[in-house]
Write a protein that binds this ligand. Sequence first.
Ligand code: ZN
Length: 191
Amino acid sequence: MKSEEVLDIYRKTGALLTGHFLLSSGLHSEQYLQSALVLQQPDIASKLCAALAEPFKGSNIQAVIAPALGGVFVSHETARALGVRALFAERVNGELTLRRGFTIRPGERVLVVEDVITTGKSTKETIEVVKQAGGVAVAAASLVDRSGGKAELGLPYKSLVTMSVPTYAPEACPLCKAGSTPVKPGSRGLK
Ligand SMILES: [Zn+2]
């Protein structure tokens, strides 16, 4: 699937927003991606995740895992395309953990997925969850790489589209300097 096609889907579903946003990293940005608005359409989610799964079809992947909540549907639909289990890790007291009886067997080959990777922090934590369970984190994949290709995960990494969106420290943000106040996406029911 071509990256322009993926971006077009994001735009058409209202999942690519323009404004002045406070990201969860604390940085400010003019763009915000709300993948939930893409993934709420099961047929679109299936199609995107089938494309995400494609390069890993020969990699003997045995399970897919994502950090909750954003990655849950990506894990599910990517796992469907690969014919394997879909797991997710969730935060307990701030730490990503396997719950709900999910297990990874020693040596099990796991693909780590996300909707959007910005800094790669949650993905790296999820890779650690796999390793701590004794599994092998084979590769990582996300629908969107928002790091502009800069995220270093220590694993082979694929995304459907790479975006380079400038982010600013609050004190260096030109939008703040122009007098606007950033919106925390969650405060408008976005994420
Ligand atoms: Zn700002």
